[in-house]
Structure formats: structure tokens, C-alpha cells
Write a protein that binds this ligand. Structure first.
Ligand SMILES: [Zn+2]
Length: 310
């Protein structure tokens, strides 16, 4: 059975606004990060944080869990970031009540708190679970500088009682384009695992079948991310996405190192050279690299992974 899987994704994203955290006044600017290119030159380019990527993996899982009726705590059900939580009789969320039930119950009751982990420190109680899914920042492999655009609200011609609302209120926003990459790892073997119970008869809080369902949802959520569902402003600036390369490494025997990032041109041969024996490497893209199994579609990669979950 599948124990660990890593993703290295390279995708073209044109005219996106995936991270507009750098806002001031009526200007919303995209976040710019400084980093070194392959020649050691310091460059600046738009980037999206790993927190944002993790959030969109969470959103993908949330949709799939709802569809398949898999358990979610009352926070994760509605996308509330303070989690876990339980809805109390007076219709309020209680973080304390959920935590007081202990880690095993939290895991049983919520796929996302199980897989994405949580950090709860409230009153005298503190519970912590490390995430089974890990994400890099989204970084440019090749970038074009971002461009600011002035938007204004489209007016119907009818007047508002509130005068302040009638002005056109132009505002500036930045959009960026480029070829981007991210890497991610999913520690499949630790889904449902309670670390304190390792060595006992029941190290997992949930049965095998429930574990498999959760693992499949966590894998499927990557499909949304590969399509460009990874950032802010999707309601009006869905990126023009075009996946270019995907390299998946998986193991049925144990944990794997992280793959070399596709922001580097020789990432495939380096990843092949880094992975231990008994690693399966699947590749989709235009190159014909050695040491990997080339797949014709992205779906074929997902199908193989899901088959290995069983
Ligand atoms: Zn939850």
C-alpha cells in the first residue's frame, strides 16, 4: 500500500493575482519575493506562499469530503480557520470542547484536522498535530514582471442614497504572468496515525477503510491545485493555467525525501538521483527523461496513485 507521495509541478499561469497580500490604500499589489536564480543572481518575482497553497489543498479536500460524506469537524465543514471546533447548543463554535475530547476523537471526527494537523492552545489544554501534507511556496521558473491595472466599478446610471457609493472609485491591482513551480509531499502512512499510540495494538484512530478514503481525497485535491486553484482573486482573475510538467514520486515502503524543485532546469535527473531504491517515479510532460515512467495524461498519474491506495 502507498506510504508516501511527493509532487513536483510546473505550470504556466498567465494574468493571475494569486497572492495580493501586499495591499495599501486603493492599490492591491502582488507579493514579490527575492530569490537566487540558477546562476546565483538575486532576482525579484511574484510568489505565492505555501500557506496559501495549503489553504487551497484544504478547500479541495473540503469539497471532496462534502461530496463523499466524509466526517469534518464543525469548523472544517464551513471553512473556519480556527479548528477543530464543535457547534454548541447555543449555535456557537467551541474550540475548547473539540480539544477536550482528545486527539483520537479529533482525528476520528475530522478528515482535515487529521491530514492538515492543528495547533490548539486554549486555557490549560494544548494539543498539536503535525500536518501530513507539506507545501512549498509557488515560485517562478521563468517570470515576467507584474503589471498594474486600474479597475473601476461599472455604473448603471442609477443614483444611490449613500452618496459615497456613487463615485467610480478607481482602484489599482497587479497581475502577474509566468511559469511557476511548487513541490509538495503527502505523508500517507501517517494519515489517521496517533504518534503516542505507536507500538500499541491500535496506532491508528480510524479503520483501514476510512484511512483509504481520506488518503484518496487528499490525493484528489491536488488535481484542483494543478489546474490553478491555488490563490486569491479566483472570482475575477482565474489564472490562464497550462500545466507543463508533473513529476510524482511514491513509495510503498517508507518516507521519501522532498523532490528537487522544478524551478531548476535539471530537477528531474536530480530527483531521480536523490530518491531511494523502490521509489516509483511518474512523469507527465514534453521531456523524455531517464529513470521515470512517462504517462500520457495527468489522469493516468492520479489513477496509478489511487490504485496503490487500494
Ligand atoms: Zn476539522
Amino acid at each position: 500500500m502507498l506510504k508516501f507521495v511527493t509532487f513536483a509541478v510546473k505550470t504556466q499561469l498567465n494574468v493571475h493575482d494569486l497572492n495580493n497580500e501586499a495591499g495599501a490604500g486603493n492599490v492591491t499589489d502582488i507579493r514579490i519575493m527575492e530569490f537566487l536564480d540558477e546562476n546565483g543572481n538575486r532576482i525579484e518575482a511574484p510568489a505565492v506562499s505555501g500557506r496559501m497553497l495549503k489553504h487551497w489543498h484544504y478547500e479541495g479536500m473540503r469539497k471532496l469530503c462534502h461530496k463523499q460524506n466524509l466526517p469534518l469537524c464543525d469548523s472544517c465543514k464551513i471553512g473556519e480557520p480556527v479548528r477543530p471546533a464543535t457547534l454548541t447548543t447555543d449555535n456557537k463554535l467551541s474550540h475548547q470542547e473539540a480539544i477536550d475530547e482528545g486527539t483520537v476523537e479529533v482525528i476520528r471526527k475530522c478528515c482535515i484536522c487529521d491530514i492538515h494537523g492543528f495547533l490548539a492552545a486554549i486555557g490549560t489544554t494544548s494539543e498539536r498535530r503535525s500536518s501530513r501534507a507539506m507545501f512549498s511556496w509557488l515560485m517562478p521558473a521563468i517570470s515576467i514582471p507584474s503589471k498594474q491595472v486600474i479597475h473601476s466599478r461599472v455604473k448603471s446610471g442609477k443614483d444611490f442614497q449613500e452618496e459615497a457609493l456613487t463615485s467610480q472609485m478607481p482602484f489599482n491591482k497587479s497581475y502577474a504572468s509566468g511559469i511557476y513551480a511548487f513541490v509538495s509531499a503527502l505523508d500517507v502512512d501517517r494519515v489517521g496515525l496517533v504518534e503516542l499510540n505507536i507500538g500499541t495494538a491500535t496506532p491508528y484512530a480510524i479503520n483501514d477503510n476510512d484511512r483509504k478514503e481520506r488518503i484518496k481525497v487528499a490525493i484528489e485535491a491536488y488535481r484542483f491545485m494543478i489546474s490553478g486553484q491555488i490563490g486569491a482573486s479566483l472570482s475575477h482573475a482565474m489564472p490562464h493555467g497550462n500545466p507543463l510538467e508533473i513529476l510524482v514520486a511514491y513509495s510503498e515502503s517508507g518516507p521519501l525525501p522532498f523532490p528537487v524543485s522544478p524551478i531548476y532546469s535539471d530537477y528531474i535527473s536530480k530527483t531521480v538521483g536523490l530518491m531511494p531504491q523502490n521509489t516509483s517515479l511518474l512523469y507527465w510532460g514534453n521531456a523524455t527523461p531517464e529513470g521515470v515512467t512517462k504517462k500520457n495524461t495527468i489522469d493516468e498519474i492520479f489513477k496509478e496513485l489511487l490504485t496503490k491506495v487500494g
